[in-house]
Design a binder for this molecule. Structure first.
Ligand SMILES: [Zn+2]
Ligand SMILES: [Zn+2]
Length: 327
């Protein structure tokens, strides 16, 4: 197998050949069909996430077909198409796992961070954390659903059921969540970098009620806002835009420091919360609803060997929607 490997933070990924690995007990091997590029991968490469496994194969939006099955795997079979998400393993026994919050597990493994991921021609996964995907849709268009879609879904649920929803940072996650929220008959307000009229036009093409810069005020107060951009100053900006009792959800794994802000922005029962990881139930809920949502993912394709270019383009905001690597 071949993979793009990060040997140490702040260096380019290197094209590397490995001997094919056999899946161990409870594991499956996947022939990768497509792997999405997530902003978390950039944080990993930039050394902003603590204690990665090194060297590491990044990538946690994997779509592919099982080509080998380890001992004891009975719910999945060779030839089946599956998705491998960020949550790669949990211990099942900590207080969080035992209270249906395995997203907060004390001893987790994360795909493409603390266990090898999908910037590769093949990947090994714990079968219990793989989602059967069926045959509808092509691999590349499904890949972004495995993180941008899933984390987007979890953040949307935590944002609550208010009608006016703000999305700060209109990239891979927001372009999926906007479509789900529209399906739910909500009004979506898209906030981009100041002056990024191209992304604002992209947001409008997906049916949002309003699109503007992140320092603009929306035409109506928001019931909730979700922040996908890793930019701390967006927290007070979003608090300003939500009504009394409104909620601001921070959906990224890493964010620059939040500047100090006056208490009156939080007063009147406004809330700031974060969303961490996903549970397998989130995945089953979301993927089960995907056929109803009618999501169209906007994809920019890159050959696997150009993973560094894909990451660079993500950093620079050079594409709309999501980037996907094809082996
Ligand atoms: Zn991700
Ligand atoms: Zn646990």
């Amino acid at each position: 197998m071949h993979a793009m490997v990060l040997r140490k933070p702040r260096t380019a990924l290197e094209w590397t050949e490995f001997a094919d690995r056999q899946p161990g007990p409870g594991e499956i091997r996947i022939r990768v069909g497509a792997c999405g590029v997530c902003r978390t991968d950039l944080h990993l490469v930039d050394g902003e996430l603590p204690n990665p496994k090194l060297p590491i194969i990044p990538g946690h939006e994997i779509v592919g077909r099982i080509d080998a099955v380890g001992a004891g795997v009975d719910k999945l079979h060779s030839g089946q198409r599956v998705g491998i998400p960020w949550l790669g393993y949990t211990d099942g026994v900590c207080p969080y796992c035992r209270s249906n919050r395995e997203n907060l597990c004390d001893h987790p493994l994360f795909t493409g961070y603390t266990r090898d991921g999908g910037y590769a021609t093949a990947a090994i996964a714990d079968a219990r954390y793989a989602f059967p995907l069926g045959e509808e849709g092509d691999d590349a268009s499904l890949a972004p659903l495995l993180c941008a879609g899933l984390i987007g879904w979890r953040s949307l649920v935590i944002a609550g059921e208010g009608t006016n929803l703000g999305l700060y940072g209109f990239g891979a996650a927001a372009h999926i969540v906007a479509q789900v929220a529209r399906w739910q008959n909500r009004s979506v307000f898209a906030f981009t970098r100041t002056g990024d009229v191209k992304t604002q036009a992209f947001a409008r093409s997906l049916g949002v009620a309003w699109a503007g810069g992140s320092d603009d005020m929306p035409p109506e107060p928001l019931d909730a806002a979700i922040i996908y951009a890793p930019v701390g100053p967006l927290v007070p900006a979003a608090l300003k835009a939500v009504r009394k009792g409104g909620r601001v959800v921070c959906a990224g794994i890493h964010m620059s420091d939040i500047p100090r802000f006056p208490y009156e922005l939080l007063w009147e029962e406004r809330q700031v919360v974060s969303v961490a990881n996903l549970t397998r139930q989130d995945g089953l809920d979301f993927l089960g609803l995907v056929p109803k949502f009618g999501i169209t993912t906007k994809i920019t394709h890159y050959p696997l060997t150009q993973a560094n270019e894909a990451l660079g383009d993500l950093r620079a905001g050079r594409f709309e929607g999501a980037a996907v690597l094809l082996p």
